[in-house]
Every structure is written in structure tokens, then in C-alpha cells.
Write a protein of this length. Structure first.
Ligand code: PEP
Ligand code: MG
Length: 752
């Protein structure tokens, strides 16, 4: 086996490949010629192509195995060495195949004499189309260059299959050249709404047909230019105005630049073009390797590095294609599909998107916040999404249930269109309720407030008729910024928000960072239990500089107006006192300088830590109000991570223990003369709102989408009657009272 151990050899191979693929012979004939050519060029005793039909890998062509096995030998998903290659999407290179634990013996192939085995996946954009195999009698491990040569052929094959280069694929009718069947996937809903549209892949893909280069010298120049462009842009970012560092920290950038100068990366890319691949295809191939390794490793450090490399590969592809992510033209009904998305990236696309579907979900919180603010439906945690879709595929995304339909049947589209118009009708109904005060049937006046976090959110006040902002999450500005927002930009944002709110009160919560809210430009120490770690007011008290700055910005922005401030995740009364002392100091500082102060300052605290929930009487005279953050309070109450899908929905806030706990907090707050509200996501759900109203809560702060449904519910319910029913349900010993409460509401005709 000598030929492909040189660049020239690979080039010969690619040229022959192009000749075969360029003819208009039948697909089967071309595949037969292909295996014969590869076997002879690579001096292999066997070359076979397995293509994946549904859940089986079928032998489609072979040189060296028994011809009768073609279309007869079928390996189930994961079966045999071929199944292993398809499963791992990695090459398998072994000297003694027959003794491998995954070897599956198929007598019809007559493969007994062959010992060494090299299989590579025929893969494109993470979709496995099949496996290309060479085998030899002698026991040997194939050289790195041989592996690469075979991978190159597999890649070309994948592109050919995907682009329909096999004509009408008559012989291959069942092979999924391009995923075409409708598929349904269940993810997690991150931003409400329904989108019916067309897939736009966030990460570019080398254009089809540009796999084999006409002129390798020209390709190398293209590659050099693109490399220089990417490196230049990264250096500019680092050396230029720090404000231009886009969403990535200096550390990350420096690592990037280091990686971008990694000679082995460049070597690999060059190797590809010198072997006859187009520059784009060479990058694609390397990206495929990075991805496969990424998927295979669990080591966090390695994963991060491989992810960085993949990012670099993407930048190179964009440079080669001459496209800039922000300036891309998008179809009118674009649904963005990505593995993961940063908040700044999403803002780049902005309102041009109809929806967003993400493969991952762990760190999507920031992008989800932006998506909600922009009113773009978003679904995440869609496993293997990228390997199932192509640019231009029709897609329906349900940001309410988390369901995603790929290439949906016409009736599915129709049914979603109906749901969409129903939602529009409901929205119109809610709009009519906008100016009606939320008063229960028995005359209890409720106050419905908005949770917000970006200037973009404030217009929801008018849209929904909310009476103010009950929770303004100030950390969002920090999370979507490229660098730490300065005093002026903080002041500006708070002033804008207060101005837009007019006479409606706004409760600003000071920075709630840490745990799931990390800043791209602040290197965070890894913690074993971030939710129980150094976060929120704990950071603020240990590093008072940041918190004092923020308080200064708030005081400045509210000059001549009312200011409401509250502190997140306070655990002890002493922490509250310390935080309040910082505020008092800032007020004194301003007063001493003759600055204009707010007309009224109200200070509150989030009740999120159970310890504080048991300290409410001690807050008397110290705080003006409390706001119960049920998202965190319930995570600590149930000892169940709110971000961990496995447990986050395991326990129910609508259960007697949780509701008794909330009632206790409300009673204590009443006794201490503290205004009390609930501001977790639960406040925006009608059934939960019945429970809260029944427990005596009158102020609820919620996401914009909750105001309409909750107001409609309030208008239909009777608070006294619900309180009586609730008193009974509080004695329940079951894990949830949800069914009971639903039934009660249904019988009483409440608008759920
Ligand atoms: C909460 O914990 O309920 C809350 C409102 O705060 P956040 O969701 O921002 O942690
Ligand atoms: Mg919280």
C-alpha cells in the first residue's frame, strides 16, 4: 500500500474520482467503478461502500468481497465494525479485525481472509450516509496518510450523495441522500411562540460541488488569504478598542489567536488543498475531525479547545465564502438552527428571525433571554438536530411545548397555522383586557407586574397593560454586553427604563450574577455547585466596587423620581443590612456632593434562600418590601436544580408543602408590615396564580406573556371561594394538588 502516502497520490486519486463521478452512468455502475479504483489505487484487497438506509447499513458496492453479498449484507445500526464507525463517526483502523469484539461475521461476504480493516464514515454536517471500508489480508495498521486519503474520498462521496450527483439515484432509491422524511423532535421551550419557516444554518457549510479543486495552487492562495483574514481580524479585536471584543473575553481571544497560529492546524488544512480538495472542503474535513473528537471526548478542557477549533474552522469557512454572519441575507421566514448561540450573536440577527432552534441547552439562558425580549420563539436541547436538518428545510417550531417538526407534512403545517391564528385571536382578546383592572369576581384587586431585563422589554408595559415592572433583572445588560457596562451606560439604561415606565413603578434588582448567569468577559472560577456558590449579593458584598457602582447608577438615573431597589439571594438579615448600608453610603455620597437624589427610595429583598424565608419577622423596619423568587426558592426548597431537566420538573410548587411554605412567608410579611409579591415564572401561569391569590398574594410579577392569561383568570375567579378550597388542599399529603385545583377551577368556570 504505497500510492496515497504522498500528496501527489491523493491528487491522482481525486482526479480519478472526479472522472468516475463526472460520467452519466448509472449510480450502481459508478459505485462499482469507484470501489475498484480505490482498491487498486490504495493497493487494498477489498474496498466496499456501505450506505445507510434507515436503520441498516447495506453493502452497496464492493471490490474484493463476494459480489453476491451486494445489497444482501445488511448490518443493523451499531452492528459490526461498520456499525461502530457509523456510530462514532470516527475512522476505525485495526490490524486484526476478526478478533475485534464488535466484529460481526457475515458468511456471504467471504471476508475470512482479510485481517486488517480501515473504515471511515461517509459523513456530511454530522449526518452519516454510510461507511467506506478497505481491507487487506496482511495484518497491518494503516498509515495516517492512508486514513486521510480514505476520509477525503468519503467526504467527496458524501457531498456527491447529498448533491444528488448520482442522478435520480434509481438504484439507491431508499438511501437518504438528504433527510427528506418528516421528523418530530422534543426539546425544551426557551421562548414562547410558534414559528413556521425555513431552516437557516448558523454555521456555514461549504457550497456543494466545490469539493475537488480545479487548481490546487489557486486554492492554496485562497486558503492563505482566508487564514490571514481570520488571524488579522482576531488580532484587530485584541489590539483594538476593548469595546469591540465581541462577546468573548480577552483570555478566550488570546487562546484563539494561539490556536489560529497552530502549525498543525494549518498543516492539516494545507494538506487537504494540496491533495486536491477545494479550500472550503479542506476546512470542512478538518472541522469534521474536530467535531468527531469533540463528540467523543468527555474531558471538559479538551472539549473547550476542540470547540474553539471548530469556531476557527467556521470563521475560516465564512472568510472563504466571503460572508459576514451579521450581514447575511435571510429568507423572510428564517428559523435559525445552531448548536449554541451567544446573546450578542442573536442580537446580530435580530428581529429578522422567525424562530431559533438549538441543539444544546445548558448555556442557552442568555440567548433565551434575548429571544424572549425580541419575541422570537426558541426551542433548545434538541439532540442531534444539526445532523438532521439542512439549509432550506421547512421547519415548525413550538416555543410553548418545545416540539419541533422537521420537514412537516402539509396537515401538520395547517394545524400549526390554525394554532397560530388562534394565538393571534387570543392575543387580541388579551389586548382588549389591557385597560381593565384585574379584580376578582368578589372584588379583590390584584396588581399584575412585568418581569423585564432589557430596554427592549419595556414596551411590553404598554402591550400588556401591566401596572409596572416588578422585577428588572439588571444583570441582563451585563450578560448581553461585550464588555463590562460602564457607569454611564448603566445609568443610561436605568433612566431609559424609568422614562419609558413613566408613572408606573419599576423595581430594579441589583446584579444577580453567578450560577447560570456568567459573563463572557469575566473569568469565573469553576465551582462544584454553582447554584449554591458565589453568586448574586454574595459577590456584591465581597466585591463591593461593582455593586456600589451599580447603586450609584441607579441613584443617578432616578434623580427626582421614585427608586425601588432589591437585592437578590440574600440569605441572612445581616447580608441585607450590609447591602443596604452600601446603598445608604452611595446616597450620602451623592448628597454630600449636592447631587439630585430620588424623591423616595424603597428597599426590598428577594426571598430566594429558605433561611431568609424564615427570617421575615426580623426584616421588620429594615426593608420596605419583599419579593418571592419562586424559581430559586423552589430549587432550594426541593433541593432540585432548576436548570437540570431531570429534576426541575420532578417536584411541584402546587403541592401542599410548598404552598404552606409560601403561605407562612406571606403571613410573616403581613405581620411585619412588608409589602410582598411573587416574581418567579410561576406567577405568570393561571393555575399557579389561582393558588397564589387563594393564599392571599395580591401582587404578582411575571413574564409579559403571562399578563393576559393571568388577568383573564383573575377576572373570572372568586378569591374567597378559592381560599376556602385551598385551605382544604393544603392538607393534602400527595406530591401535587394540580389535578385537584384544575378540577376545582374547571367546575367553577375559571378561565384557565
Ligand atoms: C427567581 O429566582 O424566582 C427569580 C425571579 O430570579 P431569577 O429567575 O432571575 O433567578
Ligand atoms: Mg433568582
Amino acid at each position: 500500500m504505497v500510492v496515497p502516502s504522498s500528496i501527489g497520490g491523493s491528487r491522482v486519486l481525486l482526479r480519478k474520482l472526479r472522472e468516475i463521478m463526472g460520467t452519466d452512468e448509472e449510480a450502481q455502475v459508478r459505485l462499482d467503478r469507484l470501489v475498484a479504483m480505490v482498491a487498486s489505487t490504495m493497493v487494498a484487497d477489498v474496498c466496499s461502500i456501505y450506505l445507510t438506509r434507515g436503520a441498516v447499513h447495506e453493502l452497496f458496492a464492493t471490490q474484493g468481497l463476494a459480489p453476491g453479498a451486494v445489497h444482501r449484507t445488511r448490518l443493523k445500526e451499531g452492528e459490526g465494525l461498520v456499525g461502530l464507525v457509523a456510530e462514532t463517526k470516527q475512522p476505525l483502523n485495526i490490524a486484526d479485525a476478526q478478533h475485534h469484539e464488535r466484529f460481526a461475521y457475515r458468511p456471504e461476504t467471504g471476508e475470512e481472509p482479510f485481517n486488517s480493516f480501515l473504515g471511515v464514515p461517509i459523513v456530511r454536517s454530522e449526518r452519516v450516509f454510510g461507511v467506506l471500508v478497505v481491507q487487506n489480508r496482511v495484518q497491518r495498521v494503516y498509515g495516517e496518510e492512508e486514513v486521510e486519503a480514505l476520509q477525503t474520498i468519503a467526504m467527496v462521496l458524501a457531498e456527491m450523495v447529498a448533491s444528488g450527483a448520482f442522478g435520480d439515484l434509481s438504484g439507491l432509491a431508499d438511501v437518504e441522500a438528504r433527510a427528506s422524511r418528516p421528523e418530530s423532535m422534543q426539546g425544551r421551550a426557551f421562548s414562547d411562540g410558534i414559528a413556521i419557516g425555513t431552516v437557516v444554518l448558523h454555521e456555514p457549510h461549504a457550497p456543494l460541488g466545490r469539493v475537488i479543486a480545479d487548481d490546487p495552487v489557486k486554492e492554496e492562495t485562497r486558503l492563505d488569504d482566508a487564514l490571514a483574514q481570520v488571524r488579522g481580524a482576531l488580532n484587530d479585536m485584541l489590539e483594538g478598542d476593548p469595546g469591540r471584543i465581541s462577546g468573548v473575553s480577552r483570555d478566550v481571544l488570546e487562546t484563539f489567536i494561539m490556536l489560529a497560529s497552530d502549525p498543525s492546524w494549518e498543516q492539516k488544512l494545507k494538506h487537504g488543498v494540496r491533495a486536491g480538495l477545494s479550500a472550503d472542503a479542506a476546512v470542512e474535513r478538518v472541522r469534521g475531525e474536530h467535531r468527531a473528537k469533540f463528540n467523543a471526548t468527555r474531558d471538559q478542557y479538551l472539549r473547550e479547545r476542540l470547540h474553539d477549533f471548530e469556531d476557527l474552522d467556521n470563521r475560516l469557512l465564512r472568510a472563504l465564502a466571503g460572508v459576514d454572519a451579521g450581514a447575511r441575507t435571510l429568507p423572510e421566514d428564517a428559523i435559525l438552527v445552531a448548536r449554541e448561540l451567544g446573546p450578542a450573536e442573536l442580537l446580530d440577527y435580530g428581529e429578522r428571525l422567525k424562530g431559533v432552534a438549538l441543539e444544546e441547552g445548558a448555556n442557552t439562558a442568555h440567548a433565551a433571554i434575548v429571544a424572549r425580549a425580541l419575541g422570537i420563539p426558541m426551542v433548545g436541547s434538541l439532540s442531534r438536530l444539526l445532523s438532521r436538518v439542512e439549509d432550506g428545510d421547512p421547519l415548525v417550531l413550538d416555543g410553548e411545548s418545545g416540539e419541533v417538526r422537521l420537514r412537516p407534512e402539509p396537515q401538520v403545517i395547517t394545524s400549526y397555522q390554525e394554532r397560530l391564528s388562534l394565538r393571534t385571536a387570543r392575543a387580541a382578546e388579551f389586548a382588549r383586557l389591557r385597560h381593565i383592572p384585574p379584580v376578582t369576581q368578589d372584588g379583590e384587586r390584584m396588581t399584575l407586574l412585568l418581569n423585564a431585563g432589557l430596554a427592549l422589554d419595556v414596551h411590553h408595559l404598554d402591550d400588556t397593560g401591566a401596572e409596572g415592572i416588578g422585577l428588572f433583572r439588571t444583570e441582563f445588560q451585563f450578560m448581553v454586553s461585550e464588555t463590562l457596562p460602564r457607569l454611564e451606560s448603566q445609568t443610561l439604561l436605568y433612566r431609559d427604563v424609568l422614562e419609558a415606565a413613566g408613572s408606573r413603578p419599576v423595581t430594579f434588582r441589583t446584579l444577580d450574577l453567578g450560577s447560570d448567569k456568567v459573563l463572557p468577559y469575566v473569568a469565573a472560577e469553576r465551582e462544584e455547585n454553582p447554584a449554591l456558590g458565589w453568586r448574586a449579593v454574595r459577590i456584591g458584598l465581597d466585591r463591593p466596587g461593582l455593586l456600589r457602582y451599580q447603586l450609584r447608577a441607579l441613584i443617578g438615573a432616578a434623580a427626582g423620581r421614585r427608586l425601588r431597589v432589591m437585592f437578590p439571594l440574600v440569605t441572612t438579615v445581616a447580608e441585607f443590612d450590609a447591602a443596604r448600608a452600601l446603598l445608604d453610603r452611595e446616597v450620602a455620597w451623592k448628597r454630600d456632593r449636592g447631587g439630585k437624589l430620588p424623591t423616595l427610595i424603597e428597599v426590598g429583598v428577594m426571598v430566594e434562600a429558605p433561611a431568609l424565608a424564615w427570617s421575615i419577622p426580623d426584616l421588620k423596619g429594615r426593608a420596605d418590601f419583599i419579593s418571592i423568587g419562586t424559581n430559586d426558592l423552589m430549587q432550594y426548597f426541593f433541593a432540585a436544580d432548576r436548570g437540570n431537566q431531570r429534576v426541575s420538573e420532578r417536584y411541584d410548587i402546587l403541592s401542599a408543602p410548598a404552598l404552606r411554605f409560601l403561605k407562612r412567608i406571606r403571613d410573616d410579611a403581613d405581620a411585619a408590615g412588608l409589602q410582598v409579591s411573587i416574581c418567579g415564572e410561576a406567577a405568570g401561569r393561571p393555575l399557579e396564580a389561582i393558588a397564589f391569590a387563594a393564599l392571599g398574594f395580591r401582587r404578582l410579577s411575571m413574564p409579559a406573556s403571562g399578563i393576559g392569561p393571568v388577568k383573564r383568570l383573575i377576572l373570572s375567579m372568586d378569591a374567597r371561594e378559592a381560599a376556602t378550597a385551598m385551605a382544604r388542599m393544603l392538607r393534602s399529603d400527595g406530591p401535587t394538588i394540580r389535578p385537584e385545583l384544575t378540577e376545582f377551577a374547571r367546575i367553577r368556570g375559571y378561565a384557565l
